[in-house]
Design a protein around this ligand. Sequence first.
Ligand code: SF4
Ligand code: SF4
Ligand code: SF4
Length: 500
Amino acid sequence: MALATQLLPEFRIQRDDDRCIRCKVCVRQCGFDVHSYDERRDCIVTDESKCAGCQRCAVLCPTSALTVMQNPYSYAPSSNWNRERITDLKRQAESGGVLLTGCGNDKGHRIYWDHLVLNASQVTNPSIDPLREPMELRTFLGKKPDRLQIRDGEPVDLSPQVTVETPLVFSALSFGAISHNAQLSLARAAREAGTLFNSGEGGLPRNLRRFEKNAIVQCASGRFGVEPEYLRRSAMVEIKIGQGAKPGIGGHLPGEKVSKRISAARKIPAGTDALSPAPQHDIYSIEDLRTLIYALKEATNYEKPVSVKIAAVNNAPAIASGIVRAGADVVAIDGLRGGTGAAPKVIRDNVGMPIELALAAVDSRLRDEGIRHECSIMAAGGFRCSADVVKAIALGADAVYIGTAALIAMGCTLCQKCYTGICNCGICTTDPYLSKRINPDVGSRRLVSLLDGWSLEIKEMLGGMGINALESLRGNREVLRGVSLSQWEMDVLGIRGAGQ
Ligand code: SF4
Ligand code: SF4
Ligand code: SF4
């Protein structure tokens, strides 16, 4: 027996009937079937209870007849029992299940980027004009040697490196979680901008193998799509241990979403559930991890860096140290604001730590142990703008992963409904009709523009500090000062307060 809902719609939709020309664009554009046309009454009717607030219908309405806004209803004021808590309780009382969500943590955890300010040159150490002087953003990802040895004019025994022209790398977004057109847009943009995209754990469709020089391929707990050719046709291999949005949690792509194309990429039968176990079942120690790292190096003829990605959790510095000692060339750390296609809401909102603290702690630990040069650090987890990136590099990152920002560039409005498989902008869906809403020509152009814009801004900030190469900023916390931070926070970040 269906339980009566006690939920009010999250969004209100107002239609100006005088403006509405009954074109039915809104009916066709809403994948959640909010709008429908009533032929008898010649009007559009609306079921607000299904609205995700993505604004697509309002944006595309040719006469601007629609307004979609948050429903202003409120319960009796209570700091403890706020609207979200009451709504979640009611949803759970109806479903009896785990509440799922998409995107990254949207709670009010402190965003440390907004409490860090950058330095700038004034009288001494003059600033550099990036429009007139060369500025170097090129970044090399991989283990660096203890000392440089030259034989016949060539460096000896240099571990494999991947060169990116900007420190901005696209995060892991797997085929199945995102549409093929979205993944193709990322791949094309990565190639054009001289950077990398990440296959995520869903394998790589055969027609994306041509982007091998720009592909990070993941080896995750489900081992989807992992085969010799997949590993060899890549720029870097990444072992995924954890993810910032859901540390300690696996994944599940329901069988109905496993189409022929997804089954081919993942190497599983079409229509079967794609289950990613929470742990890697062959890794229970650093020694086990080392075995996998070297198995992947062996499989790729020791020609590609191997990365290990972990979620930012309490003991991330010790884990990172173990990862480096196990032979990884790159450590990727994903903070608690990292996005996802689907995660239990309770995990997304309560587990992990901000990337700012984890990054600083990991970088300090590796420096203290004298092994920082043995790996590159990639930071991930809700990077919003170029200033976040510059601050991350000053805290010790070699490069950053951008995921949610890239999705927004392609059209995402952060409606958090990715887990439903219905994405009105064609990103987090496998529905062929919805997927076509991403035109790879347009998607890749927008992504390249985003990378270009951020890269130019990074050069502006570097120039302002009198620095002409990103390498000179890396781990240079002296350019950062804290504002409104407590002493323990500044200690973890390894910085001084503004005015000190
Ligand atoms: S898209 Fe706008 S004009 Fe067209 S039917 Fe919907 S509300 Fe009316
Ligand atoms: S889900 Fe998006 S497209 Fe559908 S009614 Fe709501 S705002 Fe409009
Ligand atoms: S990817 Fe799509 S479903 Fe997910 S938050 Fe963005 S717009 Fe919503």
